[in-house]
Ligand binder design. Structure first.
Ligand code: SF4
Ligand code: SF4
Ligand code: SF4
Length: 192
């Protein structure tokens, strides 16, 4: 099997945040803690205005900066190629928090350790989907072999957007079906 990651169809996402909430519930997160976020962007000049949503968890990057700098091995690459985190080994130094260009690792003040999207590995190992994937009523999200996802969803997929870091930094395991607006540089984040 090749690299595993997320496919996200931005063109049909309606910003309902069911994926974000399902993830929060699955990971028993408190107020202000999220492992998946649905961002909202707006832009353009009247009358040519528009907007789009971006749902993002961890991108399980093939060249993950959080893994390279972790002094204890808490942040590591699992046998299936996903980026996983072991809270027993974490000393809460926050290196990964500072170095992830997508701001994915979350520092839990009360526990002095980090946590992040684990791609719902336990569920996947049992043959199920990540809960964010199953929660989406628009079926915008998929998780699987990136080459298979490319074969299924076509050649217009992108790994980066003007509002995201350059994919060359970490090679994110992420395939986005973009809206036209998301390929324009003048759009700004207006909500999470
Ligand atoms: S906070 Fe934990 S996971 Fe992150 S770099 Fe430090 S020890 Fe590693
Ligand atoms: S794969 Fe699991 S942990 Fe990751 S964003 Fe989806 S629900 Fe959250
Ligand atoms: S559940 Fe689906 S439609 Fe709703 S915000 Fe998430 S990806 Fe978009």
């Amino acid at each position: 099997m090749g690299q595993l990651g997320f496919y996200y169809d931005m063109t049909t996402c309606m910003g309902c945040k069911a994926c974000q909430i399902a993830c929060k519930d699955r990971n028993d997160l408190k107020v202000g803690e999220l492992f998946r976020r649905v961002y909202e962007f707006e832009g353009g000049i009247y009358p040519q205005v528009g907007g789009y949503y971006l749902s993002m968890g961890c991108n399980h990057c093939a060249d993950a900066k959080c893994v390279k700098g972790c002094p204890t091995g808490a942040m590591h690459v699992a046998a299936d190629g996903t980026v996983q985190h072991d809270q027993e080994l974490c000393i809460g130094c926050k290196y990964c928090v500072w170095n992830c260009p997508y701001s994915v690792p979350h520092y839990f003040e009360d526990k002095s350790v980090v946590g992040k999207c684990d791609s719902c590995k336990e569920l996947r190992d049992a043959g199920q989907n990540p809960v964010c994937v199953d929660a989406c009523i628009m079926r915008c999200l998929k998780f699987g072999d990136l080459d298979q996802l490319k074969g299924e969803y076509g050649t217009d997929l992108v790994q980066e957007l003007p509002i995201l870091p350059a994919a060359s930094q970490t090679n994110p395991s992420l395939l986005i079906q973009p809206k036209d607006e998301a390929l324009k540089p003048d759009y700004k984040k207006v909500g999470v």
